[in-house]
Design a binder for this molecule. Structure first.
Ligand code: NAD
Ligand code: UDP
Length: 336
């Protein structure tokens, strides 16, 4: 099966390519390298003994996409490409809507021209906003987003829902990721944020490796077990496997398919600091700071639907997530 992977050089896309190659699927990567390094391709090859096709280009470039669909016999598309920094999206909303929303529209238009109607979209738990209750199920309300990044994901979801309503031959799968963390256990691939990390795990890893002095913990007065925010951290390889399960179980079934990809377990910021400290043998300096605007107290997934309909369940523990992140970070202190 040939699967076009937009954003396949990025963090989640690259791990998904490795898992796909190992499962006998053929990824064809397109990426404009705005947030990735070409070295990723060498690492994929090193791990799998196979070098996937990589075409440098932008998902908003219709002529480029047309040429890709003309050249390769694509069965399905996984659409990872997009911008993902919440804070930056507040400062640059037009760039976020252009890349995330317009990029998805150009992609689906080119897919339709090429007669490719199977799409898996990288959505996010952020579409649920501040949940009324946890665990969050796929039926819970969406749309009360708190920043342009989240709104762009919600808007793409709505566009794709309307598309499949109008053209029922499409198979559209919306995967709502919770908090992807971790790295390939080889230590060869991992998350390589440019500049100061926005997310908790890469920040902790950079403190442990000595690139940053201390972690700022955003809020210790939430209604949670220790006052810090609680999230559903999921190992990036489990997430990658969730995409393969989605392709295999529903990728050929016309209709709309929506799944949470999480573990169903919540961990606090302090849980993650302690787990990382154990994994790395380093103490993680931190200070308690005010809440970060737009953050919610707690969020974790109901995983029943994915388990029932995809036969998929996250397998890797927080201990593995932190150990694998540490192996990646300590082997590659400056990233790729
Ligand atoms: P990433 O930035 O590592 O990967 C995205 C890739 O897309 C990068 O390689 C980048 O160069 C490429 N890209 C961006 N815009 C492009 C464009 N217009 N044309 C072609 N390539 C383009 O991010 P990631 O963490 O791997 O996330 C992948 C997807 O999952 C994103 O859509 C993101 O919003 C979504 N997601 C991520 C998280 C997370 O915490 N990492 C959580 C929920 C959802
Ligand atoms: N967080 C923190 N310090 C940081 C980054 C994040 O305390 O430098 C907290 C944040 O407030 C939240 C959790 O860690 O409770 C996860 O944040 P992240 O940005 O990784 O993911 P989010 O759930 O916000 O998408």
């Amino acid at each position: 099966m040939n699967v076009l992977i937009t954003g396949g050089m990025g963090y989640i896309g690259s791990h998904t390519c490795v898992e796909m190659l190992e499962a006998g699927l053929t990824p064809i990567i397109i990426d404009n390298l705005c947030n990735a390094r070409s070295e990723v391709l060498n690492r994929i090859e090193h791990l799998t003994q196979q070098r996937p096709v990589f075409l440098e280009g932008d998902v908003r470039d219709e002529a480029f996409l047309d040429s890709v669909f003309a050249q390769y016999d694509i069965d399905s598309v996984i659409h990872f490409a997009g911008l993902k920094a919440v804070g930056e999206s507040v400062r640059k909303p037009l760039e976020y809507y252009d890349n995330n929303v317009n990029g998805s529209l150009v992609l689906t238009r080119c897919m339709r021209k090429a007669g490719v109607t199977s799409l898996v979209f990288s959505s996010s738990a952020t579409v649920y906003g501040d949940p009324q209750s946890v665990p969050i199920t796929e039926q819970d309300p969406t749309g009360a987003t708190t920043n342009p990044y989240g709104t762009s994901k919600y808007m793409v979801e709505r566009c794709l829902m309307d598309l499949v309503h109008a053209e029922p031959e499409w198979s559209i799968t919306l995967l709502r990721y919770f908090n992807p963390v971790g790295a390939h256990p080889s230590g060869l691939m991992g998350e390589d944020p440019q500049g100061t990390p926005n997310n908790l795990m890469p920040f902790i890893a950079q403190v442990a490796v000595g690139r940053r002095e201390k972690l700022s913990i955003f809020g210790d007065d939430y209604q949670t077990k220790d006052g810090t925010g609680v999230r559903d951290y999921i190992h990036v390889l489990d997430l990658a496997d969730g995409h393969i399960a989605a392709l295999q179980q529903v990728g050929a079934k016309p209709g709309l398919h929506i799944f949470n990809l999480g573990t169903g377990q919540g961990s606090s910021v302090l849980d993650m600091v302690n787990a990382f400290s154990q994994a790395s043998g380093k103490s993680i300096a931190y200070e308690l700071c005010p809440r970060r605007p737009g953050d919610i107290a707690k969020c974790w997934a109901s995983t029943d639907k994915a388990q029932r309909e995809l036969g998929w369940k996250a397998k890797r523990s927080v201990t593995e997530m932190t150990a694998d992140t540490w192996r990646w970070q300590s082997n590659n202190p400056q990233g790729y």
